[in-house]
Design a binder for this molecule. Sequence first.
Ligand code: TTP
Ligand code: MG
Length: 345
Amino acid sequence: MRIILHIDLDAFYASVEERDNPSLKGKPVVVGADPKGGRGRGVVSTCNYEARKFGVRSGMPINFAYRKCPSCIFLPVDMNKYVAESIKCQEIFRKYADKFEIGGIDEFYLDVSERCKSYGKAEELAKGIKRELLEKRKLTCSIGISSNKLVAKIAAGQQKPDGLTMVRADRVADFLAPLDVSALMGVGPKTKAVLNERDIRTIKDLRKLSRQQLTEWFGKFGSMLYDEARGIDESPLIEEWEVKSIGRQITFPKDTRDKKLILETLMEIVNDSIKQVKAEKLKYRTVTIKVRYEDFYTTSKAKSLEVVHEDEKTAQLVARELMMPFLKDERKVRLVGFSVSKLVK
Ligand code: TTP
Ligand code: MG
């Protein structure tokens, strides 16, 4: 039998900003695009729990958020800072795991089956993780403990922020029964609508359907849903390094057609990005560049390399080659971007 922990940091980007700027303490904070007094474009990345009281949510257009809470403090997204913080947190969490999987920038799975022979031990371990995170990084997280990834993740979301929810193997079915079907992996608005139309709202309702019925409606995913509704999930932890990409972009102070300036700027961000790649002991396989013209038309081009690289030289050459055709355009350039992906440890 396995014991799996799921850790999800609370209001991650906003918590990092609050920690680093104590004057924000207790105030509603939104991290995302610039609201420009209600005329801004782009969305909310996240917000702290104070801002959530006003109805602000991740993914909401930033000017909606501004209307809901003009007194909120709006901060830009500082991705480099959050990536660096995520890595610091991982260093803490990894020590507590037999196997470790990165689920996203602020979520992690820990298989602790070998070191914890009981749920009681796992609960103590989880408390230790929370203590060390608070002490060393001044952050809080919510942890779910159960017999697989699916239920551990759902459990982690039950008592946010700063929660700890343990669902022993024999309690899984009861724990899931009253929850909304959207709690399950892969059930988005579309699947939920199909189910709700047939009056299926909770996971308990979902269990009334046969595997065959669900497969008819949803194909292979239907069969997965049948298992999920019963809390069955055998999927192992995937330990591979999974940071999606590392990159930068720069908007020129003035739109420009100056090829030299554009290429120099591109090389600067190439070098910055590769520095980060090296610092994180990664290698890259794919190079992407991005161009936005004065009319905001935005385009990008990528190239995948035969083997992985870690040097600036290759990145510079490929980035330059990818950029050349875009410099033939009549339009002035407003922004250039660069990133590497397919990263491996
Ligand atoms: P989440 O863990 O979904 O959200 P959160 O950590 O901000 O808040 P919670 O306490 O509910 O866990 O996402 C982690 C980070 O990912 C979040 O801080 C910002 C980013 N993010 C986006 O940029 N856009 C989004 O739509 C979501 C959901 C998250
Ligand atoms: Mg989170």
